[in-house]
Design a protein around this ligand. Structure first.
Ligand SMILES: Nc1ncnc2c1ncn2[C@@H]1O[C@H](COP(=O)(O)OP(=O)(O)OP(=O)(O)O)[C@@H](O)[C@H]1O
Ligand SMILES: O=P(O)(O)O[C@H]1[C@H](OP(=O)(O)O)[C@@H](OP(=O)(O)O)[C@@H](O)[C@@H](O)[C@@H]1OP(=O)(O)O
Ligand SMILES: [Mg+2]
Ligand SMILES: [Mg+2]
Length: 358
């Protein structure tokens, strides 16, 4: 199918490949004609962890290439792209929204380009209140499990008076205090456990106060990439006994217990705690969530209510989450490179089909 390259050409092609000219004209053996151009706007950290050599090599073989988007130039002058993949934070993210012009206009003018994902949909999960709205109403009635969100309320100011409101709202201590806004900073992932009313005054609003749900110290991270889902176990906080609730007061900062370095997949755990959520249940949940959230790249953190068979709580949703931990050469989402390549490949095929049908 591919013409043979003379040794000089092969050398050049190798060089071009090594130098990153993955969208160049010469094809390496096993590579396909270019089918999909993914323009990306990612934070440097995200670029490093996501665009791993393995991903680029697998993608190139399928004719998928990744091209950086220059944030200082109008999108319409760049490309053409088939996909715009973005995860930016803080000021850069604001610019995308404000010059929303930029992304929204672009999409209107170029409906053939897939934006992963719509900025408005991402914004919804940057706020820990709107993030979980509508989840408890999902239609999962025929499934082998049920889904809830912990009871929670927002504190915008004056955390001292929030104690009365928390009690009025029927929230039971201890409460997890989480920064309301997720903006990619370490601070927005700084959580506290408040054992009593008085301790709430020590917290900095805006935040959400969420009931702590006992779950046996194990949580499930469910990764969703289009139609594919992968689930892994992570360690979490241990149960809080009634005795502890009665004895302890004050506010404590959470350790980052659920960080990837503490994967619980190979640990010797109580099976009733560690058993993964049923697959059909996760599939139905992911399907409903894709529609509700209007997102294709996200993960959910789920916990199983301690002592229950399959009563789950969703406690967190992350947009285009960390997939690979460079420091430990460890894939947080197993096989993420292949999953993403398949995801983009399916997209390319769907586009091609559409073109042929016109
Ligand atoms: N309501 C809750 N009940 C019990 N444990 C909780 C609750 N909320 C959070 N946790 C624990 O705290 C951890 C961090 O909480 P959460 O996932 O909401 O924070 P985050 O900063 O958004 O985390 P991530 O790094 O996944 O984005 C959870 O993984 C879980 O171990
Ligand atoms: O940086 P890490 O690899 O830890 O990934 C974290 C990711 O940061 P990144 O998108 O910059 O990678 C975070 O995104 P923001 O909420 O801050 O936008 C969030 O998704 C965390 O859940 C991820 O940690 P994990 O839950 O997987 O441990
Ligand atoms: Mg989380
Ligand atoms: Mg989160």
């Amino acid at each position: 199918m591919f013409g043979t390259l003379a040794s000089g050409e092969l050398e050049t092609a190798r060089l071009r490949r090594d130098l990153g000219f993955s969208c160049g004209g010469i094809r390496m053996e096993g590579e396909q004609t270019q089918k999909l151009v993914v323009g990306y706007a990612l934070t440097p950290k995200k670029k490093k962890s996501f665009l791993q050599p393995k991903l680029e090599v697998l993608a190139r073989r399928k004719g998928i290439c990744f091209v950086p988007i220059d944030l200082n130039r109008p999108l319409s002058e760049q490309g053409p792209f088939d996909v715009v993949l973005h995860k930016l934070l803080g000021k850069e993210w604001q610019d995308v929204i404000e010059v929303s012009g930029c992304l929204l206009d672009y999409q209107q003018k170029h409906p053939e380009v897939t934006v992963l994902d719509p900025p408005g949909a991402i914004q919804r999960i940057h706020n820990r209140q709107s993030m979980l709205e509508g989840l408890a109403d999902l239609n999962l009635s025929d499934c082998s499990g049920s889904i809830f969100v912990p009871k929670q309320m927002v504190v915008l100011k004056d955390s001292a008076s929030s104690a009365d409101r928390a009690v009025e709202a029927g929230l039971k201590f201890p409460l997890v205090a989480k920064p309301l806004w997720i903006d990619g900073t370490a601070k927005s992932h700084q959580l506290f456990l408040a054992y009593d009313r008085r301790s709430l005054a020590e917290l900095d609003p805006p935040l959400v106060l969420q009931e702590f749900v006992n779950h046996g110290g194990v949580m499930f991270k469910v990764f969703v990439v289009g139609d594919t889902i992968k689930v892994v176990r992570r360690f979490s906080l241990p149960n809080i006994s009634n005795c502890e609730k009665g004895k302890v007061d004050g506010v404590f900062q959470f350790p980052r217990v659920s960080s990837a370095a503490a994967s619980a997949d190979n640990a010797d755990l109580d099976p009733s705690v560690a058993e993964l959520p049923p697959k059909p249940f996760l599939e139905a949940l992911a399907k409903e969530l894709r529609i509700l959230l209007r997102l294709r790249l996200f993960n959910i953190d789920m916990i199983r209510e301690h002592g229950s068979k399959n009563v789950f709580y969703v406690i967190d949703i992350n947009y285009f989450p960390g997939l690979y931990l460079k420091l430990f050469c460890y894939a947080k989402m197993p096989d993420y490179e292949q999953v993403f390549v398949d995801f983009f490949h399916d997209m390319a095929q769907a586009k091609q089909k559409k073109r042929h049908c016109k």
